[in-house]
Design a protein around this ligand. Structure first.
Ligand code: FMN
Length: 418
């Protein structure tokens, strides 16, 4: 019986089990999960979402407080262009997360980081450069350039001594986006080491329209990308992502020319996931009709989440002086406008229906972003006597992808008391 373990992903001289755990912000793909993925021989991603807040949580820095203190007195202004990030803090927080994870790494797998272009942080170019350099300084094995169009990202790190040896991947949702990216790689004389093709069923933000995501499918886009790379004489591994729920789903894609798969949703409910238990149980309990693609993210990109996410329909005050990760290059965020409008209508009870304060809500784990297959998570574990679902370990899920056949899912071993 064919299983994913019969394949290997080769990136340069390194060979991996062809399972990539995708970056899940904010710190849902924790260092603990990433270390497990690497120990088991696969690749797993840290995420750069709210990087300064994550550093404060783990490494006793106080980057968020410093920023908040500096800008507190300006918080009545709607134009937030004053609230610039300290670039050294951004770089250092990224370095700390990566270096501390790399220090603990065991096994032959890879510790990668997912860096998002759409985290514009009031200064898109330089804050991205700080995150790229912080990752490289921290010794990361690989960088996946995700969430946005990374046209200038390679140029931002070309002077770093590790630029030619770190593994670099690009995440795209179309051949068109890949073509644009490859065009720019000519300037730095370096092609990506892998391409992740993210389809319409993925979690997080989507690279498709709110009205037309249903008309696309992962396999078709992946085959187009493979064919295009062949035409260009480029031998670059292609890694599909989005809706790959079982090892057998993965094997089907491998048979069509994939070199590995990137997966995330199955790992949201792992013991090592950063989601609080309440959110994990909500993911398990979800039915198909509870999952929606909406436009509440102020980035303007559609995002998939559970309909009962606590962030939807609340009206908290914008908090850009402390966080401000989605402020555009002009110090603007669409949530600020939505909040002001809602406040003008009803100052006593502010309810913002169309947008959410993404930074604050994601930091509090109130934005329950998820993949389209979330409603199947309940079939991957045991229901316990108290009515809750058992959290499998990262190892349980990884090995299920690796060894399962015939679309079977191996349930985790029940805890002793059961
Ligand atoms: C909870 C969650 C958070 C995510 N966060 C990010 C992120 O911060 N950046 C990113 O590029 N992709 C993010 N993704 C997308 C995943 O990395 C991955 O490519 C995709 O979800 C794989 O599809 P699957 O979830 O159906 O397995 C996220 C996905 C989930 C489920």
């Amino acid at each position: 019986m064919n299983k994913l373990d019969n394949y290997r992903l080769k990136l340069g001289a390194n060979e991996y089990i062809p399972i990539m755990i995708g970056g899940m912000g904010v710190n849902i793909s924790t260092p603990e999960m990433v270390l497990e993925g690497a120990r088991l021989g696969g690749i797993a991603h840290l995420s750069d979402a709210l990087i300064c807040a994550i550093s404060d949580r783990y490494y006793k820095t106080d980057f968020v407080q410093q920023r908040s203190r500096k800008y507190k007195s300006f918080n009545k202004q709607d134009d937030k262009s004053f609230a610039q990030f300290d670039l050294e803090s951004v770089k250092e927080s990224t370095r700390l997360l990566v270096a501390n994870t790399m220090d603990k790494k065991q096994g032959s797998g890879g510790v990668f980081i997912n860096l998002m272009e759409k985290l514009t942080m009031n200064n898109p170019r330089e804050t991205l450069q700080a995150r790229l350099h912080g990752s490289l300084d921290g010794g990361v094995d690989g960088i996946s350039l995700g969430a946005g169009l990374h046209l200038g990202s390679l140029e931002l790190m070309q002077d770093h001594p590790r630029f030619r040896d770190v593994k670099i991947g690009i995440i795209v949702s179309s051949v068109r986006a890949l073509k644009l990216f490859l065009k720019r790689t000519v300037r730095v004389k370096r092609t990506p080491d892998y391409v992740v093709v993210e389809g319409p069923l993925a979690g997080g933000h989507l690279g498709f329209g709110i009205d037309d995501w249903q008309t696309y499918d992962l396999k078709t886009i992946m085959l187009e990308v493979i064919q295009f790379l062949k035409q260009q004489d480029l031998d670059i591994p292609v890694i599909p992502a989005g809706g790959v729920f079982t090892g057998s789903d993965a094997v089907q894609l491998m048979n069509e020319g994939a070199s590995a798969v990137q997966v995330a949703t199955r790992f949201t409910v792992a013991k090592e996931s950063g989601l609080p238990d309440k959110a994990k149980q909500a993911y398990f309990a979800a039915n198909e009709e509870d999952i929606e693609v909406n436009l509440v993210s102020p980035t303007g990109y559609p995002m998939r989440m559970l309909r009962n996410s606590p962030c939807i329909g609340t009206g908290i005050k914008p908090n850009c002086e402390s966080l401000g990760y989605v402020l555009d290059r002009n110090g603007d965020c669409s949530y600020i406008h939505a909040y002001n409008e809602a406040k003008a209508q009803n100052p006593d009870k502010v309810t913002v229906s169309g947008k959410t304060c993404l930074c604050t809500q994601m930091r509090a784990y109130n934005t329950w972003t998820c993949g389209q297959t979330t409603y199947r998570l309940k079939d991957t574990t045991n229901k316990l006597i108290d009515g809750t679902y058992q959290q499998p370990s990262t190892e349980d899920i990884f090995n299920d992808y690796r060894y399962s056949t015939d679309n079977n899912i191996l349930l985790p071993t029940l805890p002793k008391a059961c």
